[in-house]
Design a protein around this ligand. Structure first.
Ligand SMILES: NC(=O)c1ccc[n+]([C@@H]2O[C@H](COP(=O)([O-])OP(=O)(O)OC[C@H]3O[C@@H](n4cnc5c(N)ncnc54)[C@H](OP(=O)(O)O)[C@@H]3O)[C@@H](O)[C@H]2O)c1
Length: 326
């Protein structure tokens, strides 16, 4: 079967490409002239040069694809407009092209985010149909992208997946936590010990492929995460044990962290490189609960994660070490 992937040069998409190749599928990837091909270069995949901002560049790759996996997204940006273009307009563009050149497509999977729904009011895992209350520009753009997807639900068989924070091999964001622990530090913003849902990238990649291949799920939204949420302090404890390292806990008062986020933004504007450590991130971190329920995807598609949090962290740590990142 022919799969057309967006975002295959990124963290999540590269593992989807990898797993599809292992399944013997024909994998076609949208890449930009500026894309770094380091995660794809050893895979037998086809490149289609183009951009989600240039719809005509998508036509050739999408025509004749059995499945389209729209994984690309903008997770860090210098402005609200960049989030809008990269998440909302980009989603509209690709869906218009699919509708025009390949309305017979078997399934389109759209990767959204827990950020579209926002934090949860308590430790009770939120279902997909809970109120949508994003608190960041990123989250609002992912919600708007979902709204665009819904406009195409009558025309195309689209499944939306909402992962929470994704960690694992090749990730450079949660990696900062591993690095701090190696350096004997745990920087903790505010007084909150966050209780969060997470997922390892291998499980997410499997879930994206399953959502495409499953006969059910068109016109549905699914949370996808480990069944057990975890306190962030327990992640730190597990990592300390696995790295055989004791850390110095450094509490950073919320206003100080917020100010620091602002300074990082100024730096990002000067260098032109967006940073994940910004004021909106600090706002996210200050919310105690980010917990979603994966019950629906288990009940309807039979999806379950394979890696426990402990195993996922261990194999990620091993990978960072092998790569010389740690
Ligand atoms: N990582 C997480 O914790 C997390 C959590 C929840 C949801 N998600 C969602 O998962 C998806 C993948 O995230 P990720 O962490 O893998 O991000 P990533 O590593 O930053 O990769 C983003 C990908 O999107 C591509 N892209 C962005 N704008 C594009 C455009 N205009 N045209 C073509 N390609 C474009 C990038 O291409 P280039 O290589 O050319 O830049 C890259 O391949 C996103 O939709 C994100 O919102 C991620």
């Amino acid at each position: 079967m022919k799969y057309f992937l967006t975002g295959a040069t990124g963290f999540v998409g590269s593992w989807v490409a990898d797993q599809l190749v292992k399944q013997g599928e024909e994998v076609h990837c949208l890449v930009r002239k500026t894309s770094n091909l380091r995660w794809l270069k050893d895979l037998p995949v086809h490149y289609h040069y183009g951009s989600l901002s240039e719809p005509e560049s998508l036509e050739e790759g999408i025509a004749g694809a059995d499945y389209v996996l729209h994984i690309a997204g903008v997770t860090k940006a210098l402005s609200t407009d960049e989030f809008y273009k990269g998440n909302v307009q980009a989603t509209g563009n690709i869906l218009e092209v699919i509708k025009a050149v390949n309305p017979q497509v078997k399934r389109v999977v759209h990767v959204s985010s827990q950020a579209a729904q926002g934090p949860s009011p308590s430790a009770d895992p939120l279902p997909e149909d809970a109120p949508m209350q994003p608190i960041t520009d990123y989250g609002r753009s992912k919600l708007q992208a979902e709204e665009v997807v819904r406009e195409f639900w009558d025309d195309l068989p689209i499944t939306i997946l909402r992962p929470p924070a994704v960690y694992g091999h090749r990730d450079s964001d949660v990696f900062e936590v591993f690095k701090n622990i190696k350096n004997g530090l745990n920087l903790k913003v505010g007084k909150v010990d966050q209780y969060v849902s997470i997922i390892h990238v291998f499980d997410l990649a499997r879930g994206i492929i399953l959502a495409a291949q499953h006969r059910n799920g068109a016109g549905e939204i699914y949370n996808i995460c480990n069944p057990e949420a975890c306190a962030w302090s327990s992640v730190i404890e597990i990592l300390q044990r696995q790295m055989n390292k004791k850390v110095l806990n450094i509490p950073i008062p919320y206003p100080v962290a917020y100010l620091f986020g602002g300074l990082m933004e100024v730096g990002a504007h000067i260098t032109g490189k967006p940073t994940i450590l910004n004021r909106q991130k600090i706002k996210e971190v200050n919310n105690p609960f980010w917990v979603i329920s994966p019950r629906k995807i288990k009940d309807q598609l039979g999806f379950e994660t394979e890696l426990s949090i402990e195993e996922g962290l261990r194999s990620t740590l091993e990978w960072y070490r092998e790569q010389g990142w740690l």
